[in-house]
Design a protein around this ligand. Sequence first.
Ligand SMILES: Cc1ncc(C[n+]2csc(CCOP(=O)(O)OP(=O)(O)O)c2C)c(N)n1
Ligand SMILES: [Mg+2]
Length: 371
Amino acid sequence: MASKSKKTVADAVKQLEKVQDQYETLQILNEEGEVINEAAMPELSDERLQELMKRMVYTRILDQRSISLNRQGRLGFYAPTAGQEASQLGSQFALEKEDFILPGYRDVPQLIWHGLPLHQAFLFSRGHFKGNQIPEGVNVISPQIIIGAQYIQAAGVALGMKKRGAKSVAITYTGDGGASQGDFYEGINFAGAFKAPAIFIVQNNRFAISTPVEKQSAAKTIAQKAVAAGIPGVQVDGMDPLAVYAAVSDARERAVNGEGPTLIETLTYRYGPHTMAGDDPTRYRTTDLDNEWEKKDPLVRFRKFLEKKGLWNEEMENEVIETAKEDIKEAIKKADDTPKQKVTDLMEIMYEEMPNHLQEQYEIYKEKESK
Ligand SMILES: Cc1ncc(C[n+]2csc(CCOP(=O)(O)OP(=O)(O)O)c2C)c(N)n1
Ligand SMILES: [Mg+2]
């Protein structure tokens, strides 16, 4: 729209400030587990609410066990998830089985609740190829290690769904650091241009390893980055499972109705280190900040909410904890019982028809491995 008034950079500054200020954080449950936003409350049966709590409790135990299995040398790569349960599971809970998840390295919980067998998640952690052989009908790919790359892949998967007329969505996850990568912008821009049914989640846990979010971008929110791609951006309280669920459900509905992608920023926090490879969060985070976020804990908040409704108690929680421990024990045994990967395995699964120059090496390894 052409304007008769002389537009100056000063006007643009005002416009930027106005836009940035319009981003509010969607919250439904406060830290006391009280509903403070009845209008946004999603319709979930009592059983579904209990199921969401079960998944969060189970996942917290899985995180604790994964950390100790890593310390015992029984797991390899592991990125802790405690603190991010509402962000991860509130979002996955809004999906249908036919929806496709393109995760980052911290997003193993969503894969498990979307159907990836637990022992395969453990094999992935160990770098075993069987961890990447996703069973038929489980619509996920392996966690992406390259920051942001999954955003472009999600745009492509979503466009494929649209072209096939499928009533499903592709959902992808990255972090605050990921939102500074080129791939992030390319992904949301492409999906916006093609109105692809994608949901782009940025789990803003305030740090990219040790770099605080304030140093990663001049933007006041990550949600506002959607504006440049011409798509809606929503900021939600990522410690509130109901707010995350509500936002993702709405985004899903828009997407399957042909209205295009949505960017969702979840404000969250990882309690543990970046990964188990040895960073020390006390070097870059204060205890005050840790305490501030632990007060927002998604499990505490949701437990209070459910207890007040008579839908949760200690006995139920203990049952989930026991089930989780049993499942983990069984899954780690299954991972242990999986035959070690061989060089010839890797060569066989890499090629449908092995090139001639590798055939010779293949024979050499086959001979060696038979001894
Ligand atoms: C393209 C690329 N650059 C750098 C790295 C190294 N790296 C691994 S994790 C990470 C920080 C990512 O932070 P964020 O996106 O906020 O996710 P979080 O770990 O907090 O969940 C970096 C820089 C990488 N894996 N890929
Ligand atoms: Mg981060």
